[in-house]
Design a protein. Structure first.
Length: 131
């Protein structure tokens, strides 16, 4: 038996199951986790001069940001959603620039900005479960 194929299959089933059983808050949480993971992978690819992998990971991160932007609820709180939309657009821009000029500092900036939002999102989820 091919161990790698079995492990990949297990991870795919596990991830699919996690998505199916997640509430809306957890799904956004998972998107943040995936986004941060893609940026970290792009960073590693950039450091190792793996141009194709860097491009794939940055494009994937930008796609996740697009999904986050498309799913903002502008009716619930227009000001917060507008601020988040602007932040996500800014992070998309700096990821594109990081890709073009191979700038690790820009990837670090993107990581920091998204980590701050993800942390606040996790705290909201924790307080909602307690309340």
């Amino acid at each position: 038996m091919n161990y790698r194929a079995a492990a990949a299959s297990y991870n795919q089933v596990k991830n699919h199951s996690a998505v199916e059983n997640a509430d809306a808050h957890r799904l956004i949480d998972m998107l943040f986790d995936g986004l941060l993971e893609r940026i970290a992978q792009a960073r590693g690819a950039m450091q190792h001069k793996m141009v194709e992998a860097k491009g794939q990971k940055i494009n994937s991160a930008i796609a996740i940001l697009s999904g986050l932007r498309e799913n903002l609820n502008h009716d619930a709180d227009p000001e917060i959603s507008a601020n988040l939309d602007a932040l996500y657009a800014y992070v998309q821009d700096i990821l594109s620039k990081a890709h073009r000029i191979n700038d690790l500092d820009l990837l670090d900036e993107a990581t920091q900005l998204i980590s701050n939002v993800a942390s606040a999102w996790k705290q909201i989820g924790g307080s909602a479960k307690k309340g």
